[in-house]
Design a protein around this ligand. Structure first.
Ligand SMILES: C[S@@+](CC[C@H](N)C(=O)[O-])C[C@H]1O[C@@H](n2cnc3c(N)ncnc32)[C@H](O)[C@@H]1O
Length: 295
């Protein structure tokens, strides 16, 4: 039987030979997953023998990764802000950029007096939030954890995505997220739910077909196309959300969107007179990535 360190070195070489971007890191995650330990522990038990069934399982997962299946789908979960989320090909893998959007919202909410903030800290912030196109539930569940006294509605057109979001809400023990199947605002317009929100947030599909064709195999071959592509140069869904926001926001509310990097400037020009104020924010790579509009 081969040892952990021997098999790990072999696994790294294999992924490297298949041009996987971070072969060592990915191999470590897969080994830690199969051997039920942390990545650090792999090196603490480097001499231990790996059993035949674990070795076969490792081989299978390395082959899946070599075929460009995203690491997060293979592991079946991802860390997002302070929560752990189950992910599979029914949902987009939540991105670091979206974590930035959540962090910005958390700071914004904490910086405001919502009128009903009492002693006791962040758990008393009560605002009404709508997360459109929730996918795995990432934004809604992360915000629900930060603000357990808030009411959060999360919608998606895909019942398959909503099933994953439901599982994630349960897994993270959040009780203040209501999941609804809806084409953007439709469920609210039909009289089912007469809600007005302090905050509308979304990371809608915003890639053009060409951008998707140019994307990494991990994205192009495995992530749900309905989560990625939008017509009109990637702006179709973004604009539906922006135009609808005025009907569903309370006075003083805001809509915060993650967008493609060319979108915020176009949106600022086009919606200058539609909203009271607009704002563009950059991601960690200094690309214009977020568009915020206030009513
Ligand atoms: C880019 S993913 C974002 C998922 C999640 N919010 C995140 O940030 O990881 C876009 C989501 O919008 C959903 N979606 C696409 N078209 C929609 C529509 N017309 N109405 C509601 N949701 C839609 C997709 O199913 C997908 O879950």
């Amino acid at each position: 039987m081969a040892s952990v360190i021997e098999l790990l070195a072999k696994g790294v070489r294999f992924l490297h030979s298949k041009n996987i971007e971070r072969p060592k890191c990915d191999a470590e995650w897969l080994f830690a997953h199969v051997l039920s330990c942390s990545r650090l522990e792999l090196y603490l038990r480097y001499g231990a023998a790996v059993g035949a069934s674990d070795e076969a399982h490792l081989r299978e997962l390395l082959v899946r990764r070599a075929r460009r299946e995203p690491l997060q789908y293979i592991l079946g979960e991802v860390d997002f802000c302070d929560v752990k989320l189950a992910v599979d090909p029914r949902v987009l893998i939540p991105r670091g950029e979206t974590e930035m959007l959540v962090e910005w919202l958390v700071a914004y909410i904490r910086g405001r007096d919502w009128g009903n903030f009492a002693a006791g800290g962040a758990s008393n912030y009560r605002c009404n939030i709508l997360d459109l196109g929730t996918g795995s539930g990432a934004i809604a569940i992360a915000l629900a954890k930060y603000f357990p006294a808030s009411r959060i509605f999360a919608t998606d057109k895909s019942p398959f995505a909503l099933a994953v979001a439901q599982k994630n809400a349960e897994r993270n023990g959040v009780r203040n997220v209501k999941l609804l199947e809806s084409d953007w605002y439709d469920v609210f317009g039909g009289g089912v739910c007469q809600e007005k929100f302090d905050i509308i947030v979304a990371n809608p599909p915003y890639l053009t077909p060409q951008e998707l064709a140019d994307a990494r195999d991990e994205v192009r071959k495995y992530e749900p196309i309905s989560a990625l592509i939008a017509g009109d140069g990637g702006l179709r869904d973004i604009e539906i959300i922006l135009r609808g926001a005025r009907n569903f926001l309370k006075k003083g509310g805001l809509v915060a969107l993650e967008t493609g990097i060319t979108h915020p400037r176009q949106l600022r020009k086009k919606y200058k007179n539609f909203f009271n104020k607009t704002e563009i924010m950059r991601d960690l790579n200094q690309f214009d990535r977020f568009f915020v509009a206030y009513v």
